[in-house]
Design a protein around this ligand. Sequence first.
Ligand code: ADP
Ligand code: ZN
Length: 583
Amino acid sequence: MKELIFLEPVVKKCIWGSEYWTVSAHENGDCLVKGGTFDGMHLSEVWRDHKELFGVDTSDEFPFIVKVIDARDALSIQVHPDNEYAYENDNGASGKTECWYVMDCDRDGSIIIGHNAKTREEAAAMVEEGRWDDFLREIPVKKGDFFQITPGTVHAIKQNTMIMEIQQSSDLTYRLYDYGRIINGVQRELHVKKSLDVMRIPHTDARRYTNGVPGKLVSCRYYDVDRYDISGSRDFEKSDAFMIISVLNGEGGIDGRKIKAGESFIVSGGYGDFTIFGSLTIMVTTIPRLVGALEAGGTKMVCAVGYADGTIIDQKSFPTSVPDESIPKIIDYFSNKDIYALGIGSFGPVDVDQRSETYGMILDSPKLPWQHYPLKKVLEEALNVPIKVDTDVNGSCLGEMTFGCAQRMDNVGYVTIGTGIGAGMAVNGQLVHGMGHPEFGHILVSRLPEDDYKGSCPFHPACFESLASGPAIEGRWGKKAADLSDRPEVWEMEADYIAQGLMAMVLTISPRKIILGGGVMHQQQLFPLIRKKLCEKLAGYIHTDELNDIDDYIVPASLNDNQGIMGAVQLGVLAGIESEWAK
Ligand code: ADP
Ligand code: ZN
């Protein structure tokens, strides 16, 4: 249905200024429709009774609140819970993730985001003793800044700041400190214990998962927000789902209707193509779309759907038997999930060259039924979504770089030591491939004099994989690796080979961090041994801050074994972006 829904803002006067709930169906501020077919109805009623306007599942509450916050004075220092904490501790309420666009502020304005405590005890002490200047992290702010405030983020808007806020439809806030302000003889209620419970300690800034796309302000589990600077006019394509348009500055028009800074309105799903005229900046808020992720492993196929911020909402595995059995299950899984793109991290060798005619095909794999199987082509035809394929190890590397312990790092290595050995690598932020993909497991290492094991690789008697994979350990010592924990000589030798492999990586791509995964690395005692041997082998030849902090340099995977599937989510996000750019 074609409808623009304009609303009467709900105004809330506060001690620090005013809040205008410009789009809200929340019980604490349910906007009335202003004009049009639904004039005078509450947004909650329209949402409930006119599903045809929205083009999305309307069984839950209307998902957003859009507010303009006009702060004359500082707001209290607050922190929001996540859904789980809110549900358990506040009668089934939902948590709150929100984001802010700064419409106006003082020239030397500032904002509070985060704190300086290292531990929960330290935070409690600082709060208890009222050491607010030490505790709070105050940062400069200017017009046009944008912040994602995830649950657990201590935050406060300061005086003379005007903000456009998009948030989950929740009115739950834990107030940590109110500057001791007294109104009508009393202080507003504080929620110090709950605040300390939910606070993220130490503070880390929320990522926005914008993937370098100009105009994308944030993409997370709850909303996707894009910014457009319009001068003259701009065309928008029709969308099945509704969108909220908020005017950040300037003025203009849409289909004969004037719009100006501070206003927000809803464009119905199925509205059709439209054009916005004028000289203005707008923010478009939509419900995030689901991304598909496939981790195609040698033994199992892990299928999942999630959001651009790495949240996985559903997951299922199938055995990797033969394509005729596994592929229909994968197609079946994804076909009713409404995904817009799919990322695949695949066992190798696989064609990862996007320009190749056989991009996404399994190559000369020892898994014979999969040899030359056109994995990407088959799934693309069945699911009709853009797909991006990389190796499983590059996928894990990307997962750690996007969501895990290697965020914001340019060069990174991810090495898996399991049935085989493989490495994913990134250089200058890009996953490495060229004529093929790296086969790091097959670099040569020096056989130790006391080792007479023949090697497990059919091609190379003394490659890294041949001497250090799980099957190599089993072949050498006559027992499964997992049953050899109490034999120090096993792990001394294993650590030596791994350190040799890692030394080659340190000396070539100069990674900022090396992450080790795979079944063999379940042997935790390997980590200190590997770190020590790597330093010995490097023999003081190179000096970097990273190597000086070796415990933080050679590390286990950080995402609870989800680095592979989360990396595949990110590959899917990239597939979506690339296909949009190709248009
Ligand atoms: P794959 O490499 O096949 O994807 P894994 O990473 O789980 O799978 O690696 C399997 C290998 O890891 C096997 O050779 C197995 O013996 C070894 N392995 C699994 N668990 C352990 C453990 N707890 N300790 C040592 N080795 C293990
Ligand atoms: Zn080999």
